[in-house]
Ligand binder design. Structure first.
Ligand SMILES: [Zn+2]
Length: 288
């Protein structure tokens, strides 16, 4: 591990072109509810990756799309069911929404618990009331290939990770990966519905893809090195949580004792660590 690694204090927001017609849409600072999206333009067609959360976020994304292309958004891919990635689906009426089959099921099961969401993210309480959830109308199980003009877009399901239904959106020719919340860069990974060991496995599989740019669900555009760092963080937490599980410590105490220091201590949203430990305990007890 390099001795000195630092976290950038700020990064650019908005659309960033990663390859001709392939854009990341970044919302700083990647905090809870503030996620990224993507856009792939091929000729007079386009595909969007995720729809963000409350209406004002999605409207800003749509305005940014209009500034770079007149293409019709033909497809909207949902990388997973969390509201900060699907809350704006209603603003893509012209598009066919596609997700992994588990993502659709999770979205319908979880629904839109406005009270819970408003508790977690009080500043968006008003916006949550304006969301009308729209699930995918097309789902896939292992892999799906979409053709958007001259672009080939692979939807990959590599197993449970951040949720049960994470889709990786991979453009092999452009070597771009929209990882959804399988990747968090400089932000503590959001653990609420995760399976940590599955997530580590999926991160390892993603390393094998021929990719130069990775768009995370939260944080700035990065690369495989940053994905490895996130994987390493999950592995450290798993190792330490396992030790304490075997010592018979309850999860609350384990979470209190667990310190992931150094570089990782600079990551945003450190309060997610106890939930990560809880999920690991559930995994170790065979509950998930
Ligand atoms: Zn998420």
């Amino acid at each position: 591990m390099p001795r000195r690694r630092t976290v950038p204090r700020r990064w650019h927001g908005g659309l960033q072109e990663l390859a001709p017609g392939v854009y990341a849409y970044i919302q700083p600072t990647g905090a809870t509810g503030v996620s990224n999206a993507g856009l792939v333009v091929g000729g007079d067609e386009a595909l969007a990756v995720d729809s963000l959360m409350v209406p004002r976020m999605t409207r800003a994304f749509r305005r940014a799309i209009r500034r770079v292309t007149q293409a019709r958004v033909r497809y909207l891919v949902n990388t997973h069911f969390h509201v900060d990635h699907v809350g704006g689906n209603q603003f893509f009426q012209e598009a066919t929404i596609i997700s992994h089959v588990n993502c659709r099921r999770e979205l319908l099961e979880f629904g839109l618990p406005i009270d819970l969401l408003s508790q977690l993210m009080p500043r968006y309480a008003q916006g949550f009331r304006q969301i009308h959830l729209v699930p995918a109308s097309i789902t896939y199980e292992d892999k799906m290939i979409l053709y958007v003009g001259d672009k080939e877009v692979h939807l990959l399901y590599l197993g449970r990770a951040h949720t049960q239904g994470d889709t990786l959106v991979y453009l092999p020719k452009e070597k771009v990966l929209f990882a959804g919340d399988v990747a968090f860069f400089y932000v503590t990974p959001g653990p609420y519905h995760c399976h940590v060991s599955g997530w580590i496995r999926v991160a390892d599989l993603a390393q094998q893809l021929d990719v130069e740019a990775i768009v995370p669900g939260h944080g700035p555009v990065g690369d495989k090195k940053l994905l490895r760092e996130m994987r390493e963080y999950l592995a450290i937490v798993r190792r330490e949580a396992r030790k304490m599980f075997r010592e018979g410590l309850p999860p609350e105490e384990a979470a209190q004792r667990l310190r992931v220091g150094g570089y990782y201590a600079q990551w945003a949203e450190p309060s997610r660590l106890p939930i990560l430990v809880q999920r690991l305990y559930m995994e170790l007890r065979g509950e998930i």
